[in-house]
Design a protein around this ligand. Structure first.
Ligand code: GLV
Ligand code: GLV
Length: 327
């Protein structure tokens, strides 16, 4: 019998097509929504591979429901905080992600948020659509300069790096926070600083760290207190990196000027009050959301699954211990 892959959400065809060509039987969640917990537990049973989304919690219970046939969980995301990696490793299940292919799209989206917040684009667009515009006015929707401002990147990995590189066209001062120097950012005049300096000096503070126990609520009330009143926070990483309640309060009291958010602490739930504020631009977790990027992610996840089921090391393996143990 053909080995079986379960995909927890409809994704671009390029991925399932590769899996089918590889002789695998592919089953896909037929609904235009995420599966409930009980649906997920039932759907994964007896599968050889799972292709999962960033909002599927893949924990011990799900891995046990999949059972001993399961060789790989291929996450359709670069972030993998939704997967209990240690639990997968204990069961000899390989885990992979989709790094690299979504770097540029996510960096583009980060800039869309920086510009949208600084120049109040959604607010001005909404105003125009009310039909109440009576012509150009010298004091209408005045925003903040992006060019020449200080951009501070927190986490200078692949995505933080790509966001930083884009700042040269805006002639910005570039700061970054990371455990190590980033030679590409250093080459364009970027300066590695500690988080405190970044908080104090940033006009735009953009978050690009993965969500881990150390980065959870990295930006809370004490951190926001150190920022300039004219500063904006941009988050295209993971919601729980910011204390969302503290952010809402700071935005409401104009303790900081604005925020551009793609991710939230308890998606899809939003902290009450957030969307009533006009100094925040909020979009529904779209970082990698271009047609080309989502297709490449689908292919990458499929290539990882095919490798695992053909006893080859998947290119984007996250838990080498699981691979070594089965060899
Ligand atoms: C998106 O948030 C991802 O991790 O790919
Ligand atoms: C603005 O439209 C200007 O011409 O200054």
């Amino acid at each position: 019998m053909a080995r079986s892959v379960y995909i927890t959400r409809v994704i671009p065809d390029s991925g399932p097509a590769l899996l089918g060509e590889g002789g695998l039987s592919v089953k896909v969640n037929p609904h235009d929504r995420g599966l409930s917990r009980s649906e997920l537990l039932a759907a994964v049973a007896g599968r050889d591979a799972l292709l999962t989304m960033l909002n599927d919690a893949i924990d011990e219970q799900v891995l046990d429901a999949a059972g001993p046939s399961c060789r790989i969980v291929a996450n359709y995301a670069v972030g993998f905080n939704n997967i209990d990696l240690a639990a997968a490793t204990r069961r000899g299940i390989l885990v992979t992600n989709t790094p690299g292919v979504l770097t540029e799209a996510t960096a583009d989206l980060t800039w869309a948020l920086i510009l949208a917040v600084a120049r109040r684009i959604p607010e001005a667009d909404a105003f125009l659509r009310t039909g109440r515009w009576d012509g150009w006015g010298p004091m209408q929707f005045l925003g903040h300069d992006v060019h020449g401002a200080t951009l501070a990147i927190v986490g200078a990995g692949r995505i933080g790096n790509a966001v930083g590189l884009r700042s040269t066209g805006f002639r910005m001062r570039l700061l970054y926070v990371d455990r190590q120097n980033n030679s590409e950012l250093d080459r364009i005049g970027g300066k590695r600083v500690d988080l405190d300096t970044a908080l104090r000096e940033a006009d735009f503070l953009s978050l690009h760290v993965p969500l881990t126990p150390e980065t959870q609520r990295l930006i809370g009330r004490p951190q926001i207190e150190r920022m300039k009143p004219s500063a904006c926070i941009i988050n295209t990483a993971r919601g729980p990196i910011i204390d969302e309640q503290a952010l809402v309060e700071a935005l409401r009291s104009r303790r900081i000027a604005g925020a551009g958010l793609d991710v939230y602490e308890s998606e899809p739930r939003l902290t009450p009050g957030l969307i009533e504020l006009n100094n925040v631009v909020c979009i529904p977790h779209l970082g990698s959301g271009t047609e080309a990027t989502r297709s490449r992610m689908a292919e990458m996840a499929a290539v990882n699954i095919l490798a695992a089921l053909q006893d080859r090391e998947p290119p984007n393996l996250l838990n080498r211990e699981a691979w070594n143990a089965k060899k």
